[in-house]
Design a protein around this ligand. Sequence first.
Ligand code: 5GP
Length: 193
Amino acid sequence: MSGMRKGRLFVIAGPSGAGKGTLRTMALSGIEDLVYSVSCTTRQPREGERDGVDYHFVTERDFEDKVAGGLFLEHAVVHGCCYGTLLESVERETDAGKDVLLEIDVQGARQIREILPESVLIFIAPPSLDALEKRLRRRKTESEDKIALRLENAKKEMALSSEYDRIIVNDNLEQACEELRDLILSSRKVEKA
Ligand code: 5GP
């Protein structure tokens, strides 16, 4: 036996616009041996997004082939597009002893809970639905009907927050980031003890 510790998964989920992306970036830049797994999506790239960095942008046909080939650890349809986490990219990191951060939707988080129950599931909540709506509009990445769809989904997602190991309310970004960081670092300590 090599004695090398296998990495584990930290999953952040929650409504679109709650600040998951920003928290993810902040956590990744401040915590050692924590890496991000780049997901596949059939969504069109947004302005400034890079293939292989933000997502692997794939066609629907391509995505279906990957599903059929069993290449995904989890996958789901979110806001009308397909998203999935590649099994291989997660395993490569955990085998090397690194912890992996996933930023996925609530359906994906449920699948991870089933497959890898030792994972830490974190729900990022907006202070309120009103605040969420304001953020989505300010972001200006989505059209009106897409904003409406995301808000509708947000209501359903909020109802699932009790399934998580921890809920972090992103009222103040610095504070939320600190909380996320403490949670990840303290989970590691518990494991070692
Ligand atoms: P966006 O299109 O705004 O980048 O992401 C839309 C939603 O899809 C977000 O809630 C995001 O967390 C989720 N998502 C991104 N990648 C994955 C993935 O690999 N699997 C699942 N289940 N959801 C994902």
